[in-house]
Design a protein around this ligand. Sequence first.
Ligand SMILES: *[C@@H]1O[C@H](CO)[C@@H](O)[C@H](O)[C@H]1NC(C)=O
Ligand SMILES: *[C@@H]1O[C@H](CO)[C@@H](O)[C@H](O)[C@H]1NC(C)=O
Ligand SMILES: *[C@@H]1O[C@H](CO)[C@@H](O)[C@H](O)[C@H]1NC(C)=O
Ligand SMILES: *[C@@H]1O[C@H](CO)[C@@H](O)[C@H](O)[C@H]1NC(C)=O
Ligand SMILES: *[C@@H]1O[C@H](CO)[C@@H](O)[C@H](O)[C@H]1NC(C)=O
Ligand SMILES: *[C@@H]1O[C@H](CO)[C@@H](O)[C@H](O)[C@H]1NC(C)=O
Ligand SMILES: *[C@@H]1O[C@H](CO)[C@@H](O)[C@H](O)[C@H]1NC(C)=O
Ligand SMILES: *[C@@H]1O[C@H](CO)[C@@H](O)[C@H](O)[C@H]1NC(C)=O
Ligand SMILES: *[C@@H]1O[C@H](CO)[C@@H](O)[C@H](O)[C@H]1NC(C)=O
Length: 405
Amino acid sequence: MGLRTDIGVNNSGYTMRLLYICLLLVASSSAEFEEISDVTFDGEPGIWNGAPTVDLENYTHVQICANHTSWNATMTDTYWNTDMADTICQYFGFTGSMIIEVMDFAAPGFAMCKKEQNNTDSRLQLSCKFLEVCVGVPIISCLLPGYEGCYTQTATDPFFTNGSLADLGDQQVNIQTCAEACSDSPYLGLTNGSNCICGSGLGNRSLVGDCDLGCQGDDLQQCGGEEATSVYSASVIGQCESERVEIIPDQPHYITSPNFPDIYEANVSCSWILDINVPLFHDLEIITTFDFEDDNIQHLDISSESDLVELTPAGTSGTTVLSRTPYSTLQDTITVSLTPSSGGNSTAFVMKFTLMSNTMYTPANDYTTAPPPESTTSKAGQNVNLGKLAMSAGLGVILAAILLV
Ligand SMILES: *[C@@H]1O[C@H](CO)[C@@H](O)[C@H](O)[C@H]1NC(C)=O
Ligand SMILES: *[C@@H]1O[C@H](CO)[C@@H](O)[C@H](O)[C@H]1NC(C)=O
Ligand SMILES: *[C@@H]1O[C@H](CO)[C@@H](O)[C@H](O)[C@H]1NC(C)=O
Ligand SMILES: *[C@@H]1O[C@H](CO)[C@@H](O)[C@H](O)[C@H]1NC(C)=O
Ligand SMILES: *[C@@H]1O[C@H](CO)[C@@H](O)[C@H](O)[C@H]1NC(C)=O
Ligand SMILES: *[C@@H]1O[C@H](CO)[C@@H](O)[C@H](O)[C@H]1NC(C)=O
Ligand SMILES: *[C@@H]1O[C@H](CO)[C@@H](O)[C@H](O)[C@H]1NC(C)=O
Ligand SMILES: *[C@@H]1O[C@H](CO)[C@@H](O)[C@H](O)[C@H]1NC(C)=O
Ligand SMILES: *[C@@H]1O[C@H](CO)[C@@H](O)[C@H](O)[C@H]1NC(C)=O
């Protein structure tokens, strides 16, 4: 162990502490994987990106480790991957992950997690255990609502029918500035890291592309590839008012805060009306992810004609799931309203409404069987930035030792 050469071993006090550290390492590595009850994102805005953190039985708010010193080939299930990032994003109601970056980090106290199909909470399929040392933590961002997929195009087969390059003025390209610029178009596309295209119709969707470039205005967002376009429905992101929408079984419907995923001014009023008109009983699931802890400013309410759906998240943060299993109303109208109160800015929120069909005899929260987003071939795993994993495993151990001694 490199430790011994760095810290004098003639001093018996140090030796005792070293022994203690070694025992601690042994003890912690024998800890069992535990089911966790929640995962949150550290950092701002925290709704759709950040470093995932969990609470364990004896440790609160520990960051998930992407890679750790004891990694070896027999522990491949603990290796950080796209699958885990997708699982975390799905927990928050997003369809999957957009980008994973691994940042070097070396303080003691992390969680090593693996994907677990069999957890009690089938929406949160992670089991974790405490880890003393870690060499890299993941920063992940989730696919924003409205994502249609990553497509390429040829000269004879332009992806967007009547697409035109948007003029963003002096604003940098990212999904929200492009969505704002294309708010009069049904679709928007981000390509080559820096171009925003507003489109009137979707082209040939079998021309799947490879989106692997960060946006000029935010490298935690994906803006297509050199030959590929990240395509979104423009009506989903950050729209305050929307037309009355009918929720179709098995097609998730999203509502996002004004200016999503950025903050918005608290003086706005928005309302969204969703109709449900289905011939059979369905399960209804509403996932709301928000951070209203610091700013008890806005009032967000979900209510329905049938009174079966009611939710007023306030004064807290995290993910709230409202499940109705089965939803015993065949016709209903759900109203989501955001009403202004005191001044200031508010952080983003996102809501996902899903009416699940044929779930009468299966668990309501069988989340992973929901249809995947249409041909999202852009693999976030390709963006794992190995270059940032500069800290060596040995250094991690030494740092941990110094902090502990
Ligand atoms: C938590 O701490 C208690 C008391 O030290 C211990 O018995 C228990 O095994 C610990 N749980 C885990 C998961 O390490
Ligand atoms: C984690 O470590 C393994 C083995 O050292 C390596 O193959 C893998 O690329 C690392 N993963 C990340 C995300 O850095
Ligand atoms: C890999 O890790 C497992 C579990 O900690 C351990 O049992 C095994 O001996 C390790 N293998 C190597 C080659 O280090
Ligand atoms: C899943 O968990 C249940 C209860 O803990 C257990 O009975 C069952 O065998 C587990 N299934 C698998 C495939 O591990
Ligand atoms: C493209 O634009 C032209 C003229 O502006 C219009 O007539 C045509 O319907 C548009 N095509 C599509 C597919 O939107
Ligand atoms: C993509 O951007 C790079 C530089 O940012 C530029 O050199 C290249 O020509 C662009 N490609 C296309 C197809 O526009
Ligand atoms: C889409 O593009 C592919 C590959 O170029 C082609 O084979 C297919 O016929 C196209 N489909 C349509 C509907 O144009
Ligand atoms: C909200 O307040 C800002 C200034 O704080 C103002 O510019 C904006 O017009 C207001 N919006 C509404 C909808 O009142
Ligand atoms: C709210 O956000 C806007 C734009 O980001 C900023 O100019 C303004 O100062 C903020 N207001 C408060 C009260 O924080």
